[in-house]
Design a protein around this ligand. Structure first.
Ligand SMILES: [Zn+2]
Length: 419
């Protein structure tokens, strides 16, 4: 049934508009080592005839761009002036960039595309970066506390005398190579495309009418990496690497809401990442916009209420169940794609992984990255109101302090993910 439908839509496409709608479209060869043969992702609207991807740049902000255009404040023909926008540090290329299976949700050539695609820029293609790199200083109260407590010391290099931490930060917009994603999820591409089309309310009909377009820029949030130390050291397995892969929790991360351990764990990861960089290693915090286990804040707050109002009060025993009752699943983050951001930096070995999540751990080692130590949050950093979360983790057999040997990790470490 599914195959029949796919074939039918493919036939309609071939018979009607494939070469009429996008006659200047460059065919993409995902993973090809030669950028010119790989070709740039072109999803801008200034010349629809040149598009070779579904969707639009800027993730969820494409909707706000549309509002700017609708209100007459933004010209739909505007092209970005990329002069002086390039990365201040060299990142890649890494072997992972040219493996069509390692990175299926990030476009490594979306970083400074001017360097890879001059020929196509010169021909007038409106190619836009999907990755940007810049440098900044972080001023964080918990880090100031760590310095005052003597756990960290300013060194003038990573941590300045005024307690600022120097970082390189990398913004990564989603660029989804649909055949690679289907393979990783173990579903056929046609089924994946049809469900994405249906569940987004038919937002992008090309998901089902243009099976020849293999890349989709989904209207979702981006990912940000904060790097402590030299970004080029991330790909050197001999240099100690401390890494936290953190899923957004706005309530805790930004507002200090005390029902979970998200901000304390994030701050502990930053402290350790900075400390590792000071010792000659390197640290990275990757921040994924997957609020409330990627179920969103409305679902999350509904589940909080349901937990607190149930008979007997909030308890570890029903922690997962209440979310599942409200949302339909207990978790929708799909960590299968999370390691793609690590492969952007050529990471092959993580010495200290700050995560108690087995789903994250399994995804990382399953993608070919070695993990030496897993670091859990110290007890003194757990807020009182987050005890239910921690008890639920314990009850689910969630804690894993010893990293299994490479190759046996997937079978050996099994558990639920609630981080
Ligand atoms: Zn949280």
């Amino acid at each position: 049934m599914e195959n029949t439908q796919d074939k039918r839509s493919e036939h309609i496409v071939l018979a009607t508009h494939q070469n009429l709608k996008y006659p200047e479209s460059l065919p993409l060869d995902w993973g090809n080592k030669d950028p010119i043969k790989r070709a740039p992702v072109v999803a801008s609207q200034t010349n629809p005839r040149a598009r070779n991807a579904i969707g639009s740049h800027s993730g969820s902000y494409a909707v706000f761009r549309a509002l700017s255009i609708a209100s007459g404040k933004y010209s739909p023909s505007h092209r970005p002036d990329l002069n002086n926008t390039f990365s201040p540090v060299k990142i890649g290329p890494h072997p992972s960039w040219f493996d069509s299976t390692k990175m299926v949700t990030v476009d490594p050539l979306g970083l400074d595309p001017q360097n890879h695609f001059k020929e196509f820029f010169d021909k007038g293609y409106d190619i836009r970066p999907s990755i940007a790199v810049t440098q900044a200083h972080l001023q964080i109260p918990e880090i100031h506390d760590a310095i005052k407590a003597g756990r960290l010391k300013p060194d003038g290099k990573v941590i300045l005398a005024n307690m600022d931490i120097k970082v390189t930060k990398v913004a990564i917009e989603p660029v989804w190579f649909l055949p690679g994603m289907a393979a990783r999820l173990n579903v056929d591409e046609g089924t994946l495309r049809r469900i994405l089309y249906t569940e987004s309310g038919g937002m992008h009909p090309e998901l089902i009418t243009r099976p020849d377009l293999k890349v989709w820029l989904p209207p979702i949030g981006s990912t940000t990496a904060y790097i402590f130390g030299n970004p080029q050291d991330l790909s050197n397995p001999k240099i100690e690497l401390t890494c936290r892969v953190h899923d957004e929790c706005n309530g805790s991360d930004v507002f200090g809401s005390d029902i979970c351990t998200c901000r304390p764990y994030l701050m502990y990861g930053i402290e350790h990442a900075a400390e590792t960089a000071q010792k000659g290693g390197v640290g990275i915090i990757v921040y994924y916009r997957k609020e409330g286990r990627a179920l969103g804040e409305v679902t999350k707050f509904l589940a909080y209420n349901a937990r607190k109002r149930q008979e007997g009060g909030d308890s570890a025993a029903t922690y997962f169940k209440r979310t599942e009752c409200v949302a339909g699943v207990e978790d929708a983050r799909f960590q299968e794609f999370m390691p793609d951001a690590l492969h952007l930096f050529g990471i092959t070995k993580i010495h200290n992984l700050h995560s108690m999540s087995n789903m994250k751990y399994n995804a990382i080692v399953g993608s070919g990255i070695e993990v030496v130590n897993r670091i859990s949050i110290p007890d003194e950093l757990i807020p009182q109101d987050a005890q239910v979360e921690m008890e639920a983790k314990k009850a689910a057999g969630y804690f894993t302090t010893e990293a299994p040997k490479k190759g046996e990790e997937l079978a050996k470490v099994k558990g639920r993910d609630i981080e």
